[in-house]
Design a protein around this ligand. Structure first.
Ligand SMILES: Nc1ncnc2c1ncn2[C@@H]1O[C@H](COP(=O)(O)OP(=O)(O)OP(=O)(O)O)[C@@H](O)[C@H]1O
Ligand SMILES: [Mg+2]
Length: 272
């Protein structure tokens, strides 16, 4: 059975997709057989995996009952992918009217989870039935947060939602912890939020020691498709990495931080 990890936060732009991709990549580099599921109609993960227009997507699996194994795209060095696209926007309405709508992702994964050691789910910035599906399907969640004002306030309601859903959908669900992302120590508001983050009550939520630093290489590497013809060595290096911060190089902060985070997460999970 695979270890299943959801990356959730209903707040947009906090680093969910980045964390999902880099964590998948890190686990693959460590040696695990890894799958990432793009559970977001924005399809940002699918875009970084550069698979063109996928024939079948998560929408086909969740709503049209296509087996998930027929949706998986193999061949990327970062890991296997279940792609998404804009069709998935319709899913939330379909799921609400259907029966057992919260468990569709869980049931779809059950068919293939023996093929993988780790399955990571990138969820979109929404609460409701889409997030319920993720919470019902996984062993635990990682909550990325930006070091911005009000980030902590939003967390209270997010953690409340997760705890409420846990009782109903998945009593064994773990909240692995809070991951500070995009941290720039030169920015005073970031330092202030970091202090608040450190002071959060550990009995309410675990805070990961690894902090993901703001690293220009991350958006560059994930945006490699913006480069048509590389105009210098730096663009050539970005293009060659094909979306993998690990392939881009061992010495950038993105690679170092996400590798450290993957190892820390495994320790947290094995302690539970
Ligand atoms: N550590 C980082 N350093 C620099 N930029 C980053 C970092 N992490 C994420 N970003 C950038 O921040 C933006 C938002 O990140 P991302 O798409 O991962 O957030 P998200 O939570 O998935 O957003 P959404 O809620 O829309 O799905 C992206 O442009 C991404 O490249
Ligand atoms: Mg995203």
């Amino acid at each position: 059975m695979a270890l299943k990890i959801g990356i959730v936060n209903q707040k947009g732009g906090v680093g969910k997709t980045t964390t999902a991709i880099c964590l998948t990549d890190a686990f693959t580099q460590i040696g695990y057989k890894t799958l990432i599921i793009d559970f977001d109609p924005q399809a940002n993960t699918t875009s970084v995996f550069n698979v063109g227009t996928p024939e079948k997507t998560i929408y086909d699996s969740i709503i049209k009952k296509v087996p998930l194994k027929d949706v998986v795209i193999t061949g990327n060095a970062m890991g296997d992918l279940v792609p998404s696209n804009n069709d998935f926007k319709k899913a939330s309405a379909d799921l609400v009217v259907g029966k057992n709508g919260e468990n569709k992702l869980k049931n779809a994964i059950a068919e293939i989870e023996d093929d993988y050691e780790v399955i990571i789910i990138d969820s979109g910035p929404t609460a409701g039935i889409m997030m319920d599906n993720v919470l019902a399907a996984v062993d635990g969640v990682v909550i990325p947060m930006e070091p911005e004002q009000f980030a902590i306030d939003g967390l209270v309601s997010l953690i409340g939602n997760i705890i409420e859903d846990r009782e109903e959908l998945n009593p064994n669900l773990e909240i692995y912890g809070l991951l500070l992302t995009k941290y720039d120590k030169k920015k005073a508001p970031h330092r202030k939020t970091y202090e608040q983050f450190k002071n959060l009550d550990e009995t309410i939520i675990h805070k990961f020691n690894t902090i993901i630093r703001d690293t220009a290489a991350i958006p560059s590497v994930h945006g490699f498709k913006n480069i048509d013809t590389p105009k210098d060595k730096s663009e050539e290096r970005i293009l060659n990495a094909q979306g993998s911060i690990f392939k881009y190089g061992a010495n950038n902060n993105g690679t170092k931080d996400y590798l450290a985070f993957a190892k820390e997460l495994l320790e947290v999970i094995s302690d539970e």
